[in-house]
Design a protein around this ligand. Structure first.
Ligand code: NAP
Length: 255
């Protein structure tokens, strides 16, 4: 059983959180962390139904409330269904974590248009689709927290990740623009930019070379990203923060 973050104050009680890509990695840790703070959680996934159901079981086993909903968040129709199913089940959406992401790494010279498009479609267009779909209920209820998962590569670039870096830089620009558009209606929009976090996405990339670029000299854990995400969802602790990018990267980027 995965260790839940220690939690004494249920400051997200009666809140409903949607985490995209919550079957594994950072999304999974985030779903567990939000649930530990009292939130009801929608565990979105694309393929891993068993893993998603396990996340739901971990939450319900300790008295929380969660459901798993399949949706490919790069597809507009599936996103619309995901949001309407969430509203049908829980009646509202307070927190959205745009976390689902993929990589298709290769140097620019070898990058096929489909490698480019698949990463842009999920990592950037998916963020747009989900944010647009939840903006209506959030603006109507005059409250909401949108937290987009970017990456240090969107700030500093990374050889072999032209598609991914472009998408993540796009997420940062998108975050700031939507933060300005939604601020007057009580909805905050922030980004979290992880560095190198040990998940399925990075398991083939671990090397001593990478550690040279990480001042804290280790890879991050999904729970360490989830902690920052959960803080940004907290009310009133993070209520006055919008349009910001929070690096959780062991010191890789020091602007
Ligand atoms: P991961 O372990 O590979 O997990 C990816 C998650 O995204 C899975 O739950 C997967 O669901 C879901 N997903 C994939 N395609 C999807 C789709 N079309 N629709 C909905 N969900 C989909 O990745 P991770 O390392 O936790 O990364 C999570 C986020 O953090 C990503 O946005 C990634 O770019 C970002 N990030 C990660 C790192 C890192 O070092 N790991 C660094 C910077 C940023 P299934 O299981 O159903 O496939």
């Amino acid at each position: 059983m995965i260790e839940l973050l220690p939690e004494t104050v249920q400051y997200l009680q009666n809140r409903v959180s949607l985490v995209t890509g919550a079957s594994r990695g950072i999304g999974r840790a985030t779903a567990l962390a939000l649930a530990a703070a009292g939130s009801k959680v929608v565990v979105n996934y694309a393929n891993s139904s068993t893993a998603a159901e396990e996340v739901v079981q971990e939450i319900t086993a300790v008295g929380g409330e969660a459901i798993a909903l399949r949706a490919n968040v790069s597809q507009p129709g599936e996103v619309d269904n995901l949001i309407s199913e969430t509203l049908q089940k829980f009646g509202r959406i307070d927190v959205v974590i745009n976390n689902a992401g993929i990589t298709k790494d290769t140097l620019l010279l070898r990058m096929k248009p489909q490698d480019w498009q698949a990463v842009i479609d999920l990592n950037l267009t998916g963020v747009f689709l989900v944010t647009k779909a939840v903006s209506k209920p959030m603006l109507k209820q005059r409250s909401g927290r949108i937290i987009n998962i970017a990456s240090v590569t969107g700030q500093m670039g990374n050889p072999g990740q032209a598609n991914y870096s472009a998408a993540k830089a796009g997420v940062i620009g998108f975050t700031k623009t939507v933060a300005k558009e939604m601020a007057s209606r009580g909805v905050t929009v922030n980004a979290v930019a992880p560095g190198f976090i040990a998940t399925d996405m990075t398991k083939d990339l671990e090397s001593s070379e990478i550690l040279k670029f990480i001042p804290l000299n280790r890879y991050g854990k999904p729970e360490e990203v989830a902690g920052t995400i959960r803080f940004l969802a907290a009310d009133p602790a993070a209520a006055y923060i919008t349009g910001q990018v929070f690096n959780v990267d062991g010191g890789m980027v020091m602007a």
